[in-house]
Design a protein around this ligand. Structure first.
Ligand code: GLN
Length: 219
């Protein structure tokens, strides 16, 4: 006899490996505006993890390098032995997002003679390259990948990207055509500070890169 239609069927159980879980986003917290990034991460329902020591990198899904002073951050990165562990995390496929000083830490080349730090992004940067007249300024930033509405770009003693290699996708340019938001694989960087506004689209893009990673290589 066929089963009556009212017999409850067991709902398929979600595979725990593919269930969306709250992502843990590391934020380098040695210096700079890491608190603002932590707020942005909470606002997109992910968990910020402040990173001060190599062991803090264990179990994070992505890493943010904040704005601040790249020379100070460089010293502290080396003092706490973070340079190689961060590079290894990125080589392992974890997305990394640098803003302003964070972009400088990621760059392959620094034109004013400073030694590069992580070299995860094939760009050359000139520190404070917008010059004294434009020490700090705000400007609309068009990022077609993030929709029609421009982002509000806050630039504070921002680096100028003077060169970008062929693998680097330019997401946005300034009025002179120089890159101000770039992506190379799972490495993202902006010369401006999305963490200082309420627009969370860049942080969401970082989350999407994690999901893309899971999608292609499994959990
Ligand atoms: N001018 C800083 C540097 O060179 C970066 C400024 C910033 O992160 N807002 O490190």
């Amino acid at each position: 006899m066929p089963q009556p239609a009212s017999v409850p069927t067991l709902a398929p159980r979600a595979d725990p490996g593919t269930q969306s879980k709250r992502r843990r986003i590391g934020i380098l917290a040695l210096q700079g505006d890491f608190r603002e990034h932590a707020n942005a991460i909470r606002a997109i329902d992910a968990e910020p993890v402040l990173v001060r020591l190599p062991r803090d990198l264990v179990g994070i899904d992505a890493l943010i390098l904040p704005g601040g002073e790249s020379t100070t951050m460089r010293k502290l990165v080396d003092r706490y032995g973070l340079r190689e562990p961060i590079a290894a995390l990125a080589r392992g496929g974890a997305p990394v997002f640098g803003t302003c000083a964070g972009m400088i830490l990621l760059a392959d080349r620094i034109t004013d003679g400073d030694e590069p730090v992580l070299r995860l992004l094939d760009i050359a940067v000139q520190r404070n390259g917008y010059g004294r007249q434009l020490d700090s300024f705000e400007s609309d930033v068009e990022i077609p990948e993030l929709g029609d509405e421009p982002l509000h770009g806050v630039f504070i003693r921002a680096p100028v990207v003077t060169d970008a290699g062929p693998e680097v996708q330019v997401l946005a340019r300034d009025q002179s055509g120089r890159p101000i938001a770039v992506r190379q694989g799972k490495v993202l960087a902006t010369a401006f500070h999305p963490e200082l506004t309420d627009d969370r689209r860049m942080h969401r893009l970082l989350l999407e890169l994690i999901e893309a990673e899971r999608g292609t290589t499994g959990p």
